[in-house]
Structure formats: C-alpha cells, structure tokens
Design a protein. Structure first.
Length: 437
C-alpha cells in the first residue's frame, strides 16, 4: 500500500470517527440565548437571535422550529458545527439568504421556538399570546423585545435588523410635568395604552441622574418610550431664534439647545420633543428678506440642524415638535409644517377644542384641523394633541374617561396617526389600547 493511499484511508477514518461524535452544544452552553426580533413577509422574513452574555456562545445543533397555519413544529433551521454567536452580538437567520427553510408570515398564528439538540426549549415566541391575537406588524415593522434582549414582546413600527431594538410600540402619548414623574403609575398608564411619555426636561434637574435613569428604565421595561420635552424659545420670556441686531439666525442659541439634546440622546434617551419651537405671535417682526433671514427660516433651520446632529448619534431617535393649531401658524409663529416635516418624525398640533371661556369648538373642527396638518406634514406623522380637561365656566375640570376616549376617537376618523394627551394629572386617563385598531 502506498503512503498516499494509507494517508487517505487514515484521514477518511478520522473523518468518520468525527462524524460519529455528537458535537452539538448543550442547553447549558446556550443559557441566555434569546429570540430578539422577528420580521415576517409573504415571500421571506427573518429571525434575529441575540447573545446577551459576556462570552462567545456555541449554538451548534440548535434548531429553530416554526408553527403557523400550515406547519406544526417544522424545523426550519439547524445550526451547523462550530457555529458561534460572539458575546453581545446578534445573528440573523433569513429566508433571503437561505438560512430558513420556510417563510415567516405575519398573518398567521405564528409560533417560533429555539430548541437545543437535547430537546430543551431555550426560548419561544407565540404571536397570539405575546402580542395579541390577530395583531400583525406593518410592512416596515417587526415583533421586538423591549428593552432589547430582556423585555416583553411588542409590535414596533420600524424593524432594527442587527441593532438594538428601538421602536414605536403604539401611537398614544402623554405630556408629563417633572413634578408628576416620580409618582406617576407607569404600569397603569402602560396598561391603558400609553406608549410615550413626553417628560419635561426639568425632571433631569430635579433628581440625580441615577434616579432619573432608573425611572426611565421602569417605563422602558413596560414598552414605553420616554422623550425629553424641551421648551426651546421660551423660558418665562420669549427668546427669538433670530438675532435681529445682526439680521442672522441665532446660531449660538441653536447650538446651546442642540447640545443639551445631544447629551440626552447619548445617555440613551430615545425621543426629543421640541415645545415652544416658535415665536410668540411676533414672527413678522423678525423677517429680513434682503439678508435671506425669515422667521419661518429660523424655525426650519433649527429643525434641520437638530435632526442632523441627533440622528448622527442615534439614527432611530424620535424627533417631534408641538405646533400651534392655527392655519396661520406660518405667518404668526414661524411654524411651517411642510418644512418642519422634512426633518422631524412627528408633528403634534395642539388641537385643544375646549376654550377658556367654556366653549367647545367641536369634534368636526378637531378632525378638520388634524386633516389640515396631515396635508402639510411632509414625511412626518401627525399626532393630535388633545386635552384631558375642559372648562366649567373659567374653571379647569378634568374629563372622565368616557369623554376623554370619545375626544380621542374623533382623530381616528382623520388623517392623524396618533394622539397626545395634555396632560398627566388632570382627568381620568382613558383606556386607549384599542384606539387605533
């Protein structure tokens, strides 16, 4: 027998011996592995796995099982030998790249399980149980754990492939003063469908950073997104974003506000809400067209610079602004929705139907106002601001839950896509969980 043939036979025997050995990872080796995000589509879809541990994880032999209206526990993926997920990393299994042996669909009773070679279920997702029977994510969205890797499942507006989960879980928000933030019943608000808290910046000045971030973490664990609520051009007195003396935009003012916002985004805050992003009715007094400086231009330029700076830190950060609910807002306040909507994600016109004289502008006025702004918002969404109170005479009176929900439901018949309650602490917060269904 030649040396070459002998070597070939020995190599073949070695390979056969290796193949006979079970090299699958044990369930203990895969402790902590989670399904983190799932995105379905009629002709594909993908699954995101996440290793939240501090060590590389061997997943050899792990199987992904699929159940839907057609399959029951079908194995759609088996991890090959020596397959690992690095510490703190994601792994994407997609139909597009032939990892998965079936489509992931959103319109079925979707169930997905991670199962070790020994049969131990490592993690599982069941759409009907985890996000609600018949609730499907939209085309660009996904089913995501919030917070990333550890939280419950939510339907999010935007998929975050191979990134920290970050998404809008619903379209109901509430403005909250700092004085209420520590005592607010967050779980109760979450159970009533409030997905966003616009939290006044003063909160971060009233408490230590540790206290503030712990409270925000509580909200995020409930699937809520916290936005820092800024008062931009008003601090008890109006601050013009136009330097009238030099007939230019006040770049120093822009820089100071944006720098504050950058600090919050770096801290992990996921939304920035700009209030008082306007003139106090005096916009025509700050127009210098010969120099190319206008009141509208000042507001729009601030939005542009803020978006560029903040999206550079976190491209998913949600940027919004409060608008005066007036059709002449461009002229008097410098708020041009068409232009602001190029740079912000959500515009929130304050469509407050109840006046301080005790009158009610009515539901038709509210709906028409929402439609007006929706027609001028550019790429931005319109979330309609509505009060949690009315006036009895000139006295503020909190609304009961039924009246509040009725007021909110008006906007579901408009082109608005969300509502914002002003404010926490007044009225009996309505259950809005099914508002946009």
């Amino acid at each position: 027998m030649g040396v070459g043939l002998l070597c070939l036979l020995l190599f073949s025997a070695s390979c056969n011996s290796k193949n006979d050995k079970d090299l699958s990872a044990s369930s203990e080796e895969m402790q902590g592995l989670v399904l983190n995000e799932i995105c379905g589509s009629p002709g594909g879809g993908w699954i995101e796995l996440y290793n939240p541990t501090g060590s590389d994880m061997n997943i050899s032999g792990m199987k992904v099982l699929l159940g839907d209206d057609y399959y029951v526990g079908k194995t759609v993926y088996t991890a090959p030998e020596q397959m690992t997920i690095p510490a703190g990393a994601y792994k994407i299994l997609s139909r597009e790249h032939n990892d998965l042996d079936a489509d992931i669909k959103t319109d079925e009773a979707l169930e997905i399980s991670l199962v070790a070679a020994d049969g131990t279920v490592l993690d599982a997702f069941a759409r009907n149980a985890d996000v609600g029977n018949g609730k499907n994510h939209k085309t660009d969205g996904s089913y995501s754990r919030l917070p990333d890797g550890t939280g419950k499942w939510f339907i999010t507006k935007s998929a975050t492939l191979n990134e920290e989960n970050f998404g809008i879980t619903n379209y109901n928000a509430i403005w909250m003063w700092s004085s209420s933030a520590m005592a607010a019943p967050l779980s109760n608000l979450a159970n009533k469908g409030i997905g966003h808290i616009l939290l006044n910046e003063q909160f971060f000045k009233s408490y230590t950073l540790e206290q503030a971030m712990a409270r925000i973490a509580e909200a995020e664990n409930l699937g809520m997104t916290v936005h820092v609520w800024f008062q931009c051009f008003y601090d008890g007195n109006w601050i013009s974003p136009v330097d009238d003396a030099n007939r230019r935009y006040d770049q120093e003012l822009f820089d100071a506000i944006i720098s504050r916002a950058e600090n919050y985004v770096r801290m992990g805050i996921k939304g920035v809400h700009f209030d008082y992003i306007r003139f106090g009715g005096t916009a025509p007094n700050h127009n210098f067209p010969e120099q190319g400086v206008t009141a509208e231009g000042a507001i729009t330029e601030f939005c542009r610079q803020a978006s560029e700076a903040l999206k550079k830190i976190n491209k998913h950060v949600i940027l919004s602004a409060a608008l005066m609910a007036e059709r002449s807002g461009d002229y008097y306040y410098g708020q041009n929705p068409d232009e602001m909507g190029k740079y912000l994600d959500i515009l929130m016109p304050m469509i407050y139907r109840y006046t301080e004289t005790g009158s009610d502008r009515g539901s038709e006025w509210a709906k028409n106002m929402a439609d007006y702004f929706a027609g001028r918002a550019g790429k931005a969404e319109i979330w309609a601001g509505t009060t949690t109170y009315n006036y009895v005479g000139t006295t503020v009176a909190g609304l009961d839950a039924e009246r509040m929900k009725s007021d909110c439901r008006v906007f579901t018949g408009s082109k608005a896509t969300g509502v914002v309650l002003f404010r926490f602490g007044l009225g009996d917060i309505a259950d809005l969980t099914d508002l946009w269904n």
